[in-house]
Design a protein around this ligand. Structure first.
Ligand SMILES: Cc1ncc(COP(=O)(O)O)c(C=O)c1O
Length: 454
């Protein structure tokens, strides 16, 4: 492939040490200049020491016996793991000969982080990019997309108005030079998370508790991240895969639809790439709890450490690591650990998709609404956010009738976007997902061949 800027295989994203040594060194050196295309080779959960970036939360904070392990996404190039699916989707389109730098424009339907990823990857790989997203997301998201040279096309509403984004996307399909990097529909998103995130999660758990994964918890937007659960289940079939939703938009829970404040999740639909067969539970989290939890962990670390009886500075390492959905995932993990009565040896793995850099404006709004949190009320606020739970807000999705309800919802959404009933029916079988996953090997072989000029 002439003119194409090279990037990593799935295997190299899982383990950058498998890169040729000179390329790995070049990629690490490029970290000081985020627009250096060698950063494509830094798309990984691993840091320069090749360890998966993962934080084990203090038990004084979680209040549960199980180990809660959070994979940290903010150190991915562009600041969130969503750059992985953006890269994978673009890379597979290049390999299939669907797009070419200088000819094609990439289109990223998103609520922000995937759009940031699309703008970033497109910039590095030499494509103009248009990001279609709702107009009420955090200011920091728009700023970053513009910084990477992406053009914004904003649709009315906020996080839960993604259907409007999809409808707007349809208009771009008319121009054959536009390539829609459709995160809700295309399977590179599934492949990236099942292979790269799933295996990274398994590795992160190896050195904790019994080394297994008792539960994997993730709040779906596109539901790409939830695909990690498929890989974890393939190794540890007992693992409970739990999706989280805003209480204010309980679509998987009971077909509910509403607006909420947890950016990146709760999109009022069952996405096409969501393998509902392997989602065992859904739990509801109040959006305001996530904002308050972020405020506590980001801006009140010292006072919170004192309240929890932790050494001074014990929570400082949290600084900058979480966004609102990361807090949602932490709260959901704590509640699932309680619900499943997990013990000292059990591991719960979850994800912090992005970091605080996208949310100062969101906490400013919180303070504007509620006033600053006085230290005298910090304990009460902590108890409410981190300790409260209601088992009625956790639903077992394993019964057949629940799967049928979710298949039905999926069909309703996606037949309206011209997907056939026969394709949707195939998705009701695990073999569909396993076959899609198996394509990773073939794609990697093709990519290595084209990188070496073959
Ligand atoms: C901040 C944030 N959290 C969570 C998610 C959900 O991840 P996924 O799309 O893989 O389900 C997203 C997706 O864009 C996000 O931006």
């Amino acid at each position: 492939m002439r003119n194409y800027v090279p990037g990593p295989t799935y295997r190299e994203m899982l383990d950058p040490q498998t890169l040729p040594a000179a390329l790995r060194a070049k990629a690490l050196a490029a970290q000081s200049n985020e627009l250096d295309p060698a950063n494509l080779f830094n798309i990984s959960w691993r840091g320069p020491d090749n360890k998966v970036r993962c934080l084990a939360l203090p038990k004084q904070l979680t209040g549960v016996e199980a180990n809660i392990l959070v994979l940290i996404g903010r150190f991915f190039p562009s600041g969130s793991h969503k750059v992985g699916p953006a890269y994978a989707t673009l890379m597979e389109a290049e390999l299939a000969g669907e797009i070419e730098p200088g000819v094609s424009t990439t289109i990223g339907p998103s609520t922000g982080n995937f759009g940031i990823g699309v703008a970033y990857i497109s910039r590095l790989k030499g494509y103009p990019a248009v990001v279609i997203m709702p107009e009420q997301m955090s200011e920091e998201r728009y700023e970053r997309i513009r910084r990477y040279g992406g053009r914004l096309d904003l649709t009315p509403g906020s996080e839960s108005d993604v259907i409007l984004v999809l409808e707007r996307t349809e208009q771009y399909k008319k121009d054959p030079n536009n390539k829609i990097l459709a995160q809700f529909e295309l399977l590179p998103n599934y492949r990236f998370h099942r292979y790269v995130t799933g295996r990274s999660a398994l590795e992160a758990a190896e050195s904790h508790g019994n080394g297994r994964v008792a539960a994997f918890v993730a709040a779906p937007g596109s539901a790409g991240t939830l695909a990690a659960g498929d890989e974890i289940k393939a190794r540890f079939p007992e693992c409970a895969v739990c999706a989280l939703e805003p209480r204010e938009c309980s679509t998987l829970f009971n077909n509910g639809r509403g607006t909420h404040r947890i950016e990146g999740i709760g999109d009022k639909m069952v996405t096409l790439i969501h393998n509902v067969l392997t989602t065992d539970y859904v739990a509801l989290i109040h959006d305001e709890d996530c904002l308050l939890g972020l405020d506590l962990l980001e801006r009140h670390q010292a006072a919170l450490a004192r309240f929890l009886g932790l050494p001074e500075g014990a929570l400082q390492c949290f600084e900058g690591l979480f966004g609102v959905s990361g807090i949602c995932n932490i709260l959901g993990s704590i509640r699932m650990a309680r619900h499943l009565q997990l013990g000292l040896n059990d591991n719960v793995v979850t994800i912090a998709t992005d970091g605080f850099d996208r949310y100062p404006s969101v906490l400013r709004n919180l303070e504007h609404r509620r006033g600053p949190l006085p230290e005298s009320q910090l304990g009460e606020c902590f108890e409410e956010v981190f300790r409260a739970w209601d088992h009625r807000e956790i639903l077992d999705l394993r019964p057949r009738e629940q799967k049928d309800r979710l298949f039905g919802y999926k069909e309703q959404v996606w037949t309206a976007f011209n997907y056939s009933r026969s394709y949707l029916a195939k998705m009701q079988s695990q073999s569909f997902w396993d076959e899609e996953f198996e394509k990773v090997r073939e794609i990697d072989t093709d990519l290595l061949r084209t990188r070496s000029g073959g």
